[in-house]
Design a protein around this ligand. Structure first.
Ligand SMILES: *[C@@H]1O[C@H](CO)[C@@H](O)[C@H](O)[C@H]1NC(C)=O
Ligand SMILES: *[C@@H]1O[C@H](CO)[C@@H](O)[C@H](O)[C@H]1NC(C)=O
Ligand SMILES: *[C@@H]1O[C@H](CO)[C@@H](O)[C@H](O)[C@H]1NC(C)=O
Ligand SMILES: *[C@@H]1O[C@H](CO)[C@@H](O)[C@H](O)[C@H]1NC(C)=O
Ligand SMILES: *[C@@H]1O[C@H](CO)[C@@H](O)[C@H](O)[C@H]1NC(C)=O
Ligand SMILES: *[C@@H]1O[C@H](CO)[C@@H](O)[C@H](O)[C@H]1NC(C)=O
Ligand SMILES: *[C@@H]1O[C@H](CO)[C@@H](O)[C@H](O)[C@H]1NC(C)=O
Ligand SMILES: *[C@@H]1O[C@H](CO)[C@@H](O)[C@H](O)[C@H]1NC(C)=O
Length: 372
């Protein structure tokens, strides 16, 4: 009879232990790699001294649930920390959470008179962060929404793009918004999702024409016009146009003169003169470059004049050349020799005429004097 009473008292004591240990949040959820704290309080009758505290993990072994001390589990080594005390705080911290940490946790304490173990438990869920971009490919100007998905409710997450904080998870995408996005747990920013790329497509921008020609121009030199642009996806097709003024009507006409990124004018022809523009096209759209004025005129002695004018307003950049420099010097030399010869001839002729005149005058004079 006495034994029964003692047993029933012990039994009542065990039931009372449930109320003796209380967990603030019995169903916490945390992200893999982060830390979590189980806030916990324990109570016992006054006058007892706490001798021992211990946290256990519920493990399913050989078809039965058993409780194993965290301190006996190798996988928890250096990752769990009792942050309570020997009075009433039984809080536990778990660090660097792993998927296998998911499960039931129990607390037990021993006073000088009894051992109490919690009948209820903390059930921890360990989850991952997954980034979703809606949509993940957009055209400039479209709106994008970033979502940080987990299997449980997290208090707060923050966003980063290529390591820099993102202020709003919903925005209208611009070209510069392309990049790799990840989300993180607020306050534990080192716990991050895998990054996900956002692709922002836009039509060709900054379409420009560059003119290249060899240093030593001659009539068989080719002049290249290269079209460049910044586009996503990269420009696939280029079309070249030439605008020419018809002096008779005063209007201008435009022709398609080629395709491809480089328009090569094979030789210095006066009829290549005109306003050139290229049109760059990708799947999103097409954009025209500004016009470049190319003037080619033939000069005397085979000298060519190539002018490149951009924007209508810029001063013509001129380049005079033909043959090699020595040939030009030779030409000038020939010109100088001819001029010298001409001068000599003129001088000689002038003198000759004057001498002749003088002679004639003398003669006349002689004749006259003779005649006198
Ligand atoms: C969030 O993730 C869960 C599992 O990881 C998945 O079942 C669910 O469809 C996702 N939700 C969204 C909106 O993508
Ligand atoms: C276009 O050019 C401007 C000025 O040179 C530059 O600031 C801008 O980033 C360029 N845009 C792209 C998409 O390259
Ligand atoms: C012009 O382009 C052609 C072919 O694209 C190349 O062979 C030539 O060297 C280029 N000339 C110049 C002056 O860039
Ligand atoms: C023109 O110059 C090129 C080199 O730039 C040379 O190969 C070619 O022979 C020259 N043609 C004439 C007609 O001078
Ligand atoms: C320019 O003139 C040459 C002959 O001088 C001719 O072969 C060529 O087709 C002309 N090009 C254009 C665009 O009219
Ligand atoms: C580029 O040109 C090719 C051939 O003409 C055509 O099939 C393709 O659709 C064009 N691409 C674009 C973006 O216009
Ligand atoms: C680009 O230039 C071509 C030729 O002048 C013209 O037909 C077309 O409309 C222009 N495109 C734009 C977007 O201005
Ligand atoms: C064309 O003109 C604009 C402004 O009128 C100027 O900003 C730009 O630099 C010019 N482009 C070139 C190639 O000179």
């Amino acid at each position: 009879m006495i034994a029964f009473l003692v047993l029933s008292f012990l039994g009542a004591g065990t039931v009372g232990a449930d109320r003796a240990v209380t967990f603030e949040n019995p169903n916490p959820c945390a992200v893999e790699g982060s830390s979590v704290e189980f806030r916990c309080l324990y109570n016992y009758q006054n006058g007892q001294t706490v001798r021992k505290t211990e946290w256990y993990k519920g493990e399913f072994k050989n078809d039965v649930w058993i409780r194993v001390k965290l301190s006996d589990l190798a996988s928890y080594r250096n990752r769990f920390e009792f942050i309570g005390d020997q009075q009433h705080d039984c809080s536990l911290a778990l660090h660097d959470l792993q998927h296998s940490d998911t499960g039931y946790y129990y607390f037990r304490f021993d006073t000088d008179r009894f051992g109490w173990r919690s009948k209820t438990s903390v059930y921890l869920s360990v989850t991952e962060l997954h980034v979703r971009l809606y949509p993940d490919t957009v055209r400039a100007g479209d709106s994008v929404s970033l979502q940080c998905n987990t299997s449980c409710h997290l208090s707060s997450t923050v966003w980063f793009k290529d390591g820099h904080p993102v202020s709003k998870p919903e925005f209208q995408a611009q070209a510069e918004d392309a990049g790799n996005y990840f989300c993180a747990v607020e306050g534990q920013e080192s716990v991050q999702s895998e990054p996900v790329a956002l692709d922002v497509q836009y039509p060709p921008l900054n379409v420009s024409v560059k003119v290249t020609y060899p240093d030593n121009l001659n009539e068989s030199s080719s002049v290249n016009l290269t079209c460049s642009s910044s586009a996503n996806p990269a420009a696939q097709n280029y079309t070249w146009f030439r605008r020419t003024a018809s002096p008779s009507s005063g209007s201008s006409s435009i022709f398609q003169v080629g395709s491809g990124q480089v328009l090569s004018l094979p030789s210095m022809e006066v009829n290549h003169t005109g306003l050139y523009l290229c049109q760059a096209r990708n799947t999103v759209g097409e954009t025209n470059s500004t016009e470049v004025l190319l003037t080619i005129s033939a000069k005397n002695y085979g000298l060519f004049h190539l002018g490149v004018t951009r924007n209508h307003t810029e001063i013509t950049k001129e380049l005079w050349s033909s043959f090699s420099l020595s040939q030009v010097i030779l030409l000038i030399g020939v010109k100088v020799v001819i001029l010298l010869l001409l001068t000599l001839v003129i001088i000689w002729a002038g003198r000759h005429i004057r001498i002749k005149n003088e002679e004639e005058n003398d003669h006349d004079y002689e004749n006259e004097s003779t005649g006198v």
